[in-house]
Design a binder for this molecule. Sequence first.
Ligand code: UDP
Length: 333
Amino acid sequence: MKSVVTGGAGFIGSHLTERLLDAGDDVVVLDNLSTGASRNLESIVDHPRLTLRRGDILDAAAVADACDGADRIFHLAAAVGVNVIVDHPLDSMRTNIHGTETVLEAARVAGAKLLLTSTSEVYGKNTADALAEDSDRILGSPLKSRWTYAAAKGIDEAFAHAYWQQFGLEVAIVRLFNTVGPRQTGRYGMVVPNLIGQALRGAPMTVFGDGAQTRCFSYVTDVVPAIIAIAEHPDAYGQAFNLGGAQEVSILNLAKRIKQLLGSQSEIVLVPYEAAYATGFEDMRRRVPDNSRAHSLVGFKPATSLDDIILNVAASMQSALIPPAARVMAPGA
Ligand code: UDP
């Protein structure tokens, strides 16, 4: 089986690539290394069934070339992270809209199945108790950059659905809710690596707004097998599936728990949104998934607790900070 992973050098893409290689696939990673990094693939870089291609999803020839002969394509390449979207709205929209259309077309030409990764952002400001896949979307003004990500991903889903309707493309969509885990960087704004990094350094832990906004964090190794199972299930085509964590937590309580679990001396500071982001930034107060559709189709159950997520991410960040030589020395030292 030949699988293509766009964005395979990214945080989630690298975990997915490892899993596909373990399952026996030949895997082609197509990544422009913008927010992804080759070090994410360091444990598998010499794998005989892995091909790495540095290329952009806006380059139709590079995409077609990578997808030639593919059985299935996992499309994860995207402009992600609030900082990237707000600072580079035009490039982000081009990548997220035109890039996805390019990948859909390459899948059609190759006769490959496609798994499109979308996001819980598509629900926008809907604060329902549990967001189901057909819940309404409540988005702010398209003139506020933050909403361009949700708008672009919504268009991607509509494109995918139209390819399924019009060409019979076997395409399934997953909406990821705040997936976290080792290799995610805080550089583009993601809260879990940001707060854990600050706690480990003893730096102030920055909680934006009043900290009462909530999220349900899911662990990457719970989510990746579900992505593959959905991609493999014929009943998934033409549909979207939420994949999110089970435990709702406010960002202030998240910061407190991180501080406590890591025994950090950091102080927790509330930073007004205007200081943290560009003017006019709007946050989501609440985002809770209804995972029942993915549970009934492929048995998805987010198993990793928030405490384990925090401890695992902290351990991986600490080991990345220690130079390899020191790492070898450490156990006997
Ligand atoms: N956030 C925070 N401190 C940070 C980074 C983010 O308080 O250092 C907040 C952010 O404003 C949002 C939540 O944490 O309310 C989740 O942010 P993230 O960017 O990780 O994900 P998203 O907003 O896409 O859910």
